[in-house]
Design a protein around this ligand. Sequence first.
Ligand code: ADP
Ligand code: MG
Length: 324
Amino acid sequence: MGLLLSGLLIGAALSPAEAEWLRRSENIMGTRVAVELWQTPGRQADDCADRVFDEMRRIDALMSPFRPDSEVSVINRDAAIEPVSVSPELYRLIEKSLEFSRLSNGAFDISFASVGYRYDYREGKQPDDDSIRELLDNIDYRQIRLADGRIRFGKPGMRIDLGGIAKGYAVDRSIDILKRCGIRHALVSAGGDSRLLGDRNGRPWMIGIRHPRRENAVALRLPLDNSAISTSGDYERFFISNGERVHHIINPRTGKSAHNSWSSTVIGPDATTTDALSTTLFILGAERGLKLIDQLDGLDAIIIDATGKTHYSSGLMAPEPSSG
Ligand code: ADP
Ligand code: MG
C-alpha cells in the first residue's frame, strides 16, 4: 500500500479520547481497505462501517476484471463484437476515465489492459516483445465508444481495466455513505487511495507517504483534512526480470512498465480524481506531470523521480533542506 496511515502507525497506545475511534479493516479489491471513524453518541458506527465494506464489495463485484461475471468482464468479452449495455454507474466512471485520457493525452488509458492482461506480477510473467507489438494498437482510448448507455470497442482484442480509478471511486462512495450516516470525522482508505472526512477531531490527519525504496519507512508526512490523497508506486506489485523492475503501471505508448518515477502522490478534493491522476503522473514523470497538475485547480502533487529526488507542485512548498 502506498500510504501509511498515522492511526495505524501509532498503534495501540490510545488515550481515553481515542477510545471513541472505531477502526476496522478488511481485504477487498485485492488490497487493504481501512475505515477509521469518530463515533457520534447514539449512532450505530458499526453499521455505518458495515455499509462501507458492503459498498466496496459491491464495486469489486461490478468492476473486477478477474471475476468472469463482473460487468467489466462482460464488456471485455462482447464489446468488440457488438455494443454492450452498461449500468449508469459504470458508464459514468468509464466516461470519467476517458476525460482523464484526454486530459493526459493518453497517459491514463483504461484500454492499457489490452496489453496489461498479459502480465502476471505474482507469477512473474510478462508478454514478449513480439506479443506487445501485436497488441499495442489495441491500447487506444479513442476506440472506446460510449453512446446511449452502451459501449463498443473499435478494435477486436481491446480490453479495459478500471484498476487505476476504481479504488478511488469506491473511497468516494464510502465517504458519502459515512456522511449520510451522520459521521463527521473519518478516514477511508483502499490501498494507496484515501479520503478524509473532517479533521481528526481538532487535529489534522497525518498521512505518511511510503518510502518507495525502503521497506516500512515513511518518505514524508502531510497534515490534511477534508481531502483525498492517492499514491501510485512501482513497489506495489512488481518482479525483477533481467535487472528491470516489471510493475503494474503501464505506459500506453510502450505497453511496458513506466519508468519515469518511483512514486507519485496527488492531493485533491475527491479520491476518484486523485487516484486517476496519481497513476497518470506516475507515467508522465515529474516534469510533465507537475506541469499538468499546476494547470488544474485544487490539486497538488509530490513525485519521487527515478533517481529518488522529490518534486513538489507549486501549491506545496518544498521543505527546507535538512542540515546534517
Ligand atoms: P494501486 O492502488 O492498485 O497500486 P494505482 O492507482 O497505482 O493502483 O494504479 C495502478 C493500476 O492502474 C494498475 O494495477 C492497473 O490496474 C491500472 N493501470 C495501469 N496502467 C494504467 C494506465 N496507463 N492507465 C490507466 N490505468 C492503468
Ligand atoms: Mg491510481
